[in-house]
Design a protein around this ligand. Structure first.
Ligand code: NAP
Ligand code: G4F
Length: 344
């Protein structure tokens, strides 16, 4: 029997790189969509399989360019499509809302339309997100039935992606699943997301390369899991007899402040908090120096305050369950950072 073919958009990102490894290990032929960039951006995949793996292929294209998607889908004829490509940074989406809508909303439609026009029967995974929820007090834990009320251009673009995916499922009988994934992190996380910013910042403070880490909202709560475990849930969704949507989360929530405390503790620095609002500081109890300061440039015009997911449906139907705890996640990210193993 010939190998199953998967097309992964967003293969150069955190999740795409882990998913590519996972599917190659399962014997898939993996095709990835990559953008032409003037600087090299394939660190996450180059050292892994793409220099040497015979079943891995890269194709140029862009989610905003329907021609390129039609071409790539027609060349690959994928059994499974994992649509992970997105302008995925929430704060940046406030600065580039139009582009975010093009790539994260219209891009999803472009890809679904390519499959439909070509008359293919590819199963489709859509990278939906806990940013669909409002994060309002009293709503947690969020599950598949919690109402959506996004708070950012990113969230609303992703809501379009979620709904257009559901519509292709209902209208054309497509096998489409939305994975409503809560935050998931790793040493491959982009360094402008808060977890990686903190773990890199702690190492830089320890090595004397910077005095402190400037952060935004320390109170925000996130349900942080470990990315390699989350990509398995994407694969599992597409192996079910019927297409459905699933929340994927740990069920635990922690504040940005707690993440920073744990990361510093891993490096042997105890932090105590002083002040309030923009005056709040994390102080190294030994030296008395501020190692965390609040910088309003990292506040968002609108914030999702509290995310905590209920993944019991994914556990029941997919048998999916996370094993990496918050403490273990901080430790493994710090260990990788101290060894210089994180993606730049
Ligand atoms: P990421 O590291 O930011 O990777 C995003 C990927 O999308 C990169 O490969 C990027 O390519 C590609 N991309 C962006 N715009 C594109 C476009 N117009 N055309 C083609 N490719 C484009 O994101 P991630 O953390 O791996 O997340 C994967 C997906 O899951 C995203 O859709 C994200 O919104 C969603 N999600 C993530 C989380 C999370 O906690 N990580 C949670 C829920 C949902 P370049 O390398 O060229 O920039
Ligand atoms: O790490 P973040 O930028 O992730 P955010 O906004 O939760 O989005 C991530 O998870 C979503 C799933 O819920 C994905 F859909 C999305 O693609 C992305 O992967 O910020 C986390 C929290 C926020 O509340 C933010 O306000 O940390 C707070 N924060 C505080 N200081 C900061 C900072 N975030 C960033 N990026 N940088 C700061 O200095």
């Amino acid at each position: 029997m010939s190998a199953k073919r998967a097309l992964i958009t967003g293969i150069t990102g955190q999740d795409g790189s882990y998913l590519a490894e996972f599917l190659l290990d399962k014997g898939y032929e993996v095709h990835g969509l990559v953008r032409r960039t003037s600087s090299f951006n394939r660190q996450r995949i180059d050292d892994l399989y793409f220099k040497k793996h015979k079943d891995a292929w890269l194709h140029y294209g862009d989610m905003t360019d329907m021609n390129s998607l039609l071409h790539v889908v027609s060349v690959c004829k994928p059994d499974e499509v994992y649509n992970l490509a997105a302008q995925s940074h929430v704060q940046i989406s406030f600065e580039v809302p139009y582009y975010t809508a093009l790539s994260d909303a219209i891009g999803v439609q472009n890809l679904l339309e390519s499959i439909r026009i070509l008359g293919l029967h590819s199963k489709f995974y859509q990278a939906s997100t806990s940013e669909l929820f409002s994060g309002a007090p009293g709503e947690a834990p969020q599950n598949e039935k919690t109402p959506f009320k996004p708070r950012s251009p990113y969230g609303v673009a992703k809501l379009y992606g979620y709904e257009i995916s559901r519509i292709y499922r209902e209208a054309y009988g497509f096998f489409v699943c939305n994975g409503i994934l809560f935050n998931h992190e790793s040493p491959r996380r982009g360094s402008n997301f808060v977890t990686r910013k903190i773990t890199r910042g702690v190492v830089d403070v320890v090595q004397g390369k910077q005095d402190h880490i400037p952060l935004g909202n320390l109170h925000a709560h996130r349900d942080w899991g470990y990315a390699p475990e989350y990509v398995e849930s994407m694969y599992l969704m597409l192996q079910q007899p019927t297409p459905e949507d699933y929340v994927v989360a740990t069920g635990e929530t922690h504040s940005v402040r707690e993440f920073a405390e744990k990361a510093f503790a891993h490096a042997g620095i105890e932090v105590r908090w002083e002040g309030e609002g923009v005056e709040e500081k994390g102080i190294d109890t030994k030296t008395g120096k501020a190692v965390v300061v609040v910088d309003p440039q990292f506040f968002r015009p609108n914030e999702v305050d509290h995310l905590c997911g209920d993944a019991s449906y994914a556990k029941e139907k997919l048998g999916w369950q996370p094993t990496v705890t918050f403490e273990a996640l901080v430790s493994l990210m710090m260990e990788a950072e101290l060894k210089g193993e994180g993606t730049l």
